[in-house]
Design a protein around this ligand. Structure first.
Ligand SMILES: C[S@@+](CC[C@H](N)C(=O)[O-])C[C@H]1O[C@@H](n2cnc3c(N)ncnc32)[C@H](O)[C@@H]1O
Length: 361
């Protein structure tokens, strides 16, 4: 459920992204905001892990945020409407200047204290943790109620350094539910590879709990292209799905132990299933346009019902490449008259890549 943010003269939209992807995040928000009549420019520093979008005309950010679903953005992990940037915070009292910016706010849904997810930024994690309770107490002393109203905005304080803060408000229903946009996932001890977390996060991000329960259950079938050593396969078998794992490389014992896996040493671009499957997943390191065409083919022929796949992006213009891939899907599906829903995101566990989710309607 989305809310309208209070009508303040927000100075910018603050977007958090993976360090090194600031240009892609900036290209995306500039492109998308123009479609909402909010022309603006971006302030960004390479490697900083965030982008400021400053509207210059028609720039009612609260209105734009109410209309633009956060889930439409690929490279932003988190966002918030920035009331003010406070530089040179006094180290003996950072709280008073922050409170001064929140005059008129009666209620907050919750409070996130965030920092860039970069090597530099991670050093601020302890500081942010320690800041939380004194801030919360100070907010309550000011008469700001926290947590009682689901329709109230979230306060997001983003510290690029310990003496500077972006004071932001966000709609809890139209932003990432996790601070920094990072879900807390444990690496399962039995899983054969760390990339198991990529599929775990994708399922958590793209499907609701109800959808996961209904559409990932024992008896269902899946194909995993580029499966070795088996981290993604393991996520599927752990939910009881039968998996055909396609890879010339060896599968780890942990992935095969369930008895639900059939390993085929063959080319993922040539393999076709003898019967349609519910799920196709693909993590092959290959040209993104080639992978996109492959998955679109599966979906349009009805070889699978839904798919999750990675697009590896070793090139410079990553936003442009992803757009090209998404257009290719649109074209294939239009030609085949297939109706679909699609989501694409650079997840926390994605590196030089994004994850796409697509489902036939
Ligand atoms: C990033 S790894 C996959 C990791 C896997 N998702 C996991 O969680 O363990 C990529 C895999 O794709 C496989 N691969 C690349 N091209 C392939 C192709 N044309 N056919 C089948 N597998 C391929 C590689 O052998 C490699 O094992």
């Amino acid at each position: 459920m989305s809310i309208m943010l209070p009508a303040y003269p927000y100075q910018a939209l603050l977007l958090q992204c993976r360090g090194g992807f600031e240009n892609d995040c900036a290209a995306e928000i500039t492109d998308i905001s123009a479609r909402f009549g909010a022309t603006g420019y971006c302030r960004t520093r390479p490697g900083s892990g965030y982008v400021e979008f400053v509207p210059i005309a028609g720039g009612d950010l609260a209105e734009m945020l109410a209309e633009l679903p956060f889930s439409n953005l690929i490279f932003a992990r988190q966002w918030g409407a920035c009331l003010r940037t406070l530089a040179d915070l006094p180290v003996n009292d950072r709280i008073s200047p922050i409170l001064a910016e929140l005059k008129g706010i009666g209620e907050l849904h919750e409070v996130f204290i965030e920092h860039p997810d970069t090597n530099e930024g991670k050093e601020l994690a302890g500081f942010c943790r320690k800041f939380f309770h004194p801030l919360r107490q100070a907010l309550e002393r000011e008469g700001i109620r926290i947590g009682a109203n689901r329709h109230a905005p979230r306060l997001q304080l983003f510290f690029p350094r310990s003496t500077e803060v972006f004071v932001c408000l966000a709609d809890p229903g139209n932003s990432s539910p996790w601070p920094l946009g990072i879900p807390r996932l444990r690496m399962p001890r039995q899983a054969p590879s760390r990339s198991t977390l990529k599929l775990d996060e994708a399922l958590l991000s793209f499907l609701t709990a109800k959808e996961r329960e209904a559409r990932l259950k024992p008896g269902q079938t899946a194909v995993d292209l580029g499966a070795a050593p088996g981290g993604w396969t393991w996520q599927l078998t752990r939910r009881g799905l039968k998996v055909t794992a396609v890879d010339n490389g060896p599968m780890a014992l942990e992935a095969m132990g369930s008895g639900l896996v059939d390993h085929l040493r063959t080319d993922g671009f040539k393999y076709r299933p003898p019967h349609p499957v519910e799920w196709l997943v693909c993590d092959m390191v290959e040209n993104p346009l080639r992978v996109t065409a492959l998955i679109a083919g599966w979906l349009c022929r009805g070889d699978c019902r839904e798919a999750i796949f990675n697009l590896k992006l070793p090139m410079k213009k990553r936003y442009a490449m992803v757009q090209e891939c998404l257009s290719l899907i649109q074209q294939h599906c239009a030609d085949a008259e297939v109706d679909y829903t699609l989501a694409c995101k650079q997840l926390y566990h994605d590196r030089e890549e994004v994850t796409v989710y697509i489902r036939r309607r």
